[in-house]
Design a protein around this ligand. Structure first.
Ligand SMILES: [Fe+2]
Ligand SMILES: [Fe+2]
Length: 237
């Protein structure tokens, strides 16, 4: 198990090793989800960051965590990981998406005439909402039960179904990542204007919270759960 992060450590591996580091990476806008395969040193150079500062913060968090025994996500079984994803991230989306739909609609109605970006935000958010709802339903109703069934009874029929579905989900994650990038751009990094009312400010805060949670959520699926299942499928082949 890794006890120190260096410039060659991949960003996705850092968050896999210690999920709490996602807060630090987000602070520096370092992508660990769709770009999780890149060494952190590369991103540090690209973003012109102070590499020593970033690594110090990450390694301090790691040191602290070593003082207390924790069950890492890597140690969970597929079934435990799936239950964790549903209870932490899918449940969160089920609460937040309808709420944000009301918020983005309300601020558009009240302030849309003098803030044209609110119409774009409303549209982007609702596209993302629809995609995420269909995506999480597909995971819960089809893909996750397939993974659990394959764990119990690894047949080649299940194997074929699973490899197709995992590819589909990964490409949908890319789509969500793209919509999040557009939302970040159109909200100027989620900075509400000086004059913004409380609902306007809250809308931006909640949208940024949605981004954070989705990064962690997609990371768990793209960098831990799916590679693990793909490895199982390859070994059985
Ligand atoms: Fe999910
Ligand atoms: Fe997903």
């Amino acid at each position: 198990m890794q006890t120190v992060f260096d410039l060659t450590t991949k960003t996705g591996d850092i968050v896999t090793r210690l999920p709490e580091t996602s807060t630090i990476l987000k602070q520096y806008k370092i992508d660990f989800c769709c770009g999780g395969n890149r060494p952190i040193g590369e991103v540090i150079v690209e973003k012109n960051l102070n590499g020593a500062d970033v690594l110090d913060q990450l390694n301090n968090a790691l040191l602290k965590s070593l003082e207390k025994p924790i069950i890492t996500l890597e140690e969970m079984t597929n079934g435990e990981l799936i239950d964790h994803i549903i209870s932490t991230h899918h449940d969160y989306l089920n609460e937040l998406l309808p709420e944000l739909s009301r918020f983005t609609t309300k601020v558009l109605r009240v302030h849309g005439s003098h803030s044209p970006e609110l119409a774009k935000i409303h549209k982007l958010f609702h596209t993302l909402k629809t995609e995420l709802e269909q995506h999480t339903i597909d995971e819960e109703m089809n893909v996750f039960p397939l993974i659990k069934a394959y764990d119990e009874n690894p047949t080649s029929e299940l194997m074929n179904k699973l490899s197709v579905k995992i590819e589909e989900l990964e490409s949908e994650h890319e789509g969500a990542g793209d919509l999040l990038r557009q939302l970040r751009e159109v909200t100027s990094d989620y900075k509400a204007p000086e004059w913004a009312c409380m609902t306007y400010q809250l809308t931006f805060q909640k949208l940024e919270g949605l981004e954070s949670d989705l990064f962690e959520h997609i990371h768990l699926e793209n960098n831990i759960l799916f590679p693990r299942v793909i490895k199982q499928l390859k070994e059985a082949n």
